[in-house]
Design a protein around this ligand. Sequence first.
Ligand SMILES: Cc1cc2nc3c(=O)[nH]c(=O)nc-3n(C[C@H](O)[C@H](O)[C@H](O)COP(=O)(O)OP(=O)(O)OC[C@H]3O[C@@H](n4cnc5c(N)ncnc54)[C@H](O)[C@@H]3O)c2cc1C
Length: 422
Amino acid sequence: MKYNIGIAGAGVAGLAAGILLQQAGHQVTMLEARSVAGGRIQSLVMNGFHVEAGPEFIHGNAKETIRLLKKYNIPFVPCDGKMYTAFNGHFQEEEEMITGWQDLLEQMQNLKMDLPFGEFLNKYFPGAEHKDLRHSAVGFAEGFDLVDIKTASTKALAIEWLAGESGQYRISVGYYSLIQSMEKEFISAGGKILFHHAVESVDCSLKDIRVYVKGLQPFVMDKFLICLPVGMLNPSATTFEGITFNPPPEQLNTFAQIGFGSVIKLVTIWKSSFWKTQIPDAHFIFSNGFIPTWWTQFPLDLPILTGWLGGPGAEILSHEPDEFFLEQALETLSAVFSKTVSELKNILFDFKVFNWRKEMWSGGAYSYATVKSFQSKVSSLKSWQSRMYFAGEAIYEGAHPGTVESALVSGLEAANLLLAEI
Ligand SMILES: Cc1cc2nc3c(=O)[nH]c(=O)nc-3n(C[C@H](O)[C@H](O)[C@H](O)COP(=O)(O)OP(=O)(O)OC[C@H]3O[C@@H](n4cnc5c(N)ncnc54)[C@H](O)[C@@H]3O)c2cc1C
């Protein structure tokens, strides 16, 4: 039997699920709030340079992402530059991001009962002798995983950190090329995407599922797959209104426990790659400034430095205007490269701030497991009464949380479950 299947959200999770379901012989209609597909994957061109507002890296062992890039012949290049810590024009090459990292991982691996990461650090690495390790571990968890250490699951962080990374890659023609290829495959298979269709509510109280979009008659579906950012299912996590359900599926209580982190990503374009005289092979530069993490486009020779402020700091300051972040960035870079702010202003060509908490239809950057959501095994909650399904980067447990890989895996798993349940 051919089913009429709706999907909310044409991000990478929705597209992965849509291709599979459409190719399995069903009619799939995607309802997407934005005017384009891709969700958090947004590549743009600034002064002739490809720039990523959202994801930029492929983590080496992200199997599904790499499988798709190969399938669509999208080239990706290794980012094999060096890491430096910097202050006042002095740079030190770092092999390990955190001194004592192996001891930390071992203790995390041996943890019997899950704890919020902040409590874990205080319990197992107390006192003055571990001050630096605690400081660096908090910085990494907040900056990279965007967590609130008061609630984040240590066990979930351990799964990710212990898996490690076998290299990092980037798509020089832009991450969006993956979305374009997936969208093309979905449409060629007969799928439909309706843009500017923001789902407001879902009524599952009748035999059919009725999906409401403002100003339109309800869409009537046999099955409905929800591939939205977790903030849309947990309005208290964002400043946006979520969608409402009648009756509310019990999954919502668990989804409300998932953390949703913030990021301020700042792309700066310069008149020349001035850092190359000091650190020609740099990829990552860590500082103790206000915008602590920076990266170059190494090995590509491009005059772009990207700054990153993640976690609770980005959340608290998300109401600040873009100029505030530029000023802070220039102050940080002034200390890093021992140049005055006015010298830097003279060689700055362009900049753009991506403030993800304020981004409409995302409401945040990516998710993390809290102790509570980790206990609830969110990935086992993909199906509601074999009628409604949930996917997206947040509905995932594994070694790649908060990534394109987790969204792809989650979309495919939900679609396979739907197919198995009909
Ligand atoms: C700044 C930043 C940097 C990142 N860096 C990396 C990285 O380097 N590597 C990596 O692998 N991952 C990275 N990520 C994470 C990655 O981008 C996401 O995990 C992934 O893109 C999420 O895909 P998704 O399909 O689950 O959700 P989304 O991409 O958010 O898709 C959901 C879709 O739902 C739509 N939508 C929302 N509300 C409604 C509604 N009510 N009705 C209809 N449609 C709606 C949205 O418009 C969107 O298209 C980064 C993310 C950010 C923000």
